[in-house]
Ligand binder design. Sequence first.
Ligand code: FA5
Ligand code: MG
Length: 416
Amino acid sequence: YSSARARSEETVKYISVNGREFQCDSWSNVSSKILSHLGRNLHLQQYHPLSLIKQRIVNLFYKRFVGRTGNPVFSVYNDLSPVVSVKQNFDSLLIPPGHASRKKSDCYYINRDYLLRAHTTAHQSELINMGLNNFLVVGDVYRRDETDSTHYPVFHQVDAVRLCNKNEVFRSIENGDEMPIFENNGIRTAEKQETHSLEASKIMEEELKASLVMLTQDLFGQEVKYRWVDAYFPFTHPSWELEVHHQGEWMELLGCGIMEQRILQNAGAQDQIGWAFGLGLERLAMCLYDIPDIRLFWSTDTGFLSQFENRDPYDDIKYKPISIYPQCISDISFWLPENGDYTSNDFYDLVRDIGGDTVEQISLVDIFTHPKKQQTSHCYRIVYRHMEKTLTQEEVNVIHKQIEKAAALKLNISIR
Ligand code: FA5
Ligand code: MG
């Protein structure tokens, strides 16, 4: 029957998030499993490893940037609601309509107008609008992604913004009061935006990079090997990523850049120039504390939490796994729906909803297209592992069967 008729017969559904009611629509894809992470606020739990690292970052910015009387100029926002509007998460940051990062398959939408923030950058424009010049935002962010030991649909970010006026930019330069931070009829190059003077952009870049190198050395030690990689973000230009060398591999620590002047103009800070960065806390904590699996951060087990209890943010802590339980592996193969209305992320979410944290990894291991019928099938491998006990094959089979059933029902696939 026609979809128009289906819609008219449907009763309007509502979803309650953080005590607010939202009307569901065709964009709604947030599950109750995902919503259960709201309010956990791991970054606010005094001795949680994510909180210890957050404290180190905050301390560094308090110390490095002080006003005339020695008072810190940065303020910290760490309890802003993760429920944000599409305008906050994307529009205010000049992320164009139709940009890949807005896709339903990559974000948790409450409805077409609201989503769980995909980055803490979502708050930068409103905080600038409130008149703030130096601030940090810390919080939980939500992204639909694969599941393995380093990816989880919820993680934590720290964002920073620093705005400077002409005097602040050139304060340490002789005759600086004659230098402009803006330029008329300028052109955008790899080095700067059209509205910025090259001098101002370069001075801001130096301050940004020096601050982030200092942060990296504070966390990893003075000997740390790092490199700057050119990057692209719709909300900064120029943009970079900072990578550190850790256990034989380059790891991306953060993204940063000179803020797009249009964002400042829209937020009433047109006389200033700014830099911004955003980093992930989990990756840092995993490296610094030898935490092998990203799901451990969500553990309420004292075997995990007690290893950080009453510790100082500057202690050298190494996590010792209590014991390693065996994995159980089961594959699942199915034909995709013929209408093409399927993405792997739909399946990943369903597996997480049903398997919860007993699912350690999900991966697409085989794609097969039937030569005659032109039908496609996917085979996924699900690795089950409980963090606190040994799972029996029988227990796994029960979960696996539930996943098969739910997938057939909700995703319109047929099990092979
Ligand atoms: C952003 O989220 C930008 N908002 C960062 C930014 C802010 C750039 C301000 C410029 C100015 P990105 O998606 O690359 O960018 O994520 C930023 C950082 O978050 C990454 O460098 C990484 O440290 C962390 N991160 C990203 N995805 C994950 C993930 N799935 N798991 C753990 N950490 C992640
Ligand atoms: Mg990145």
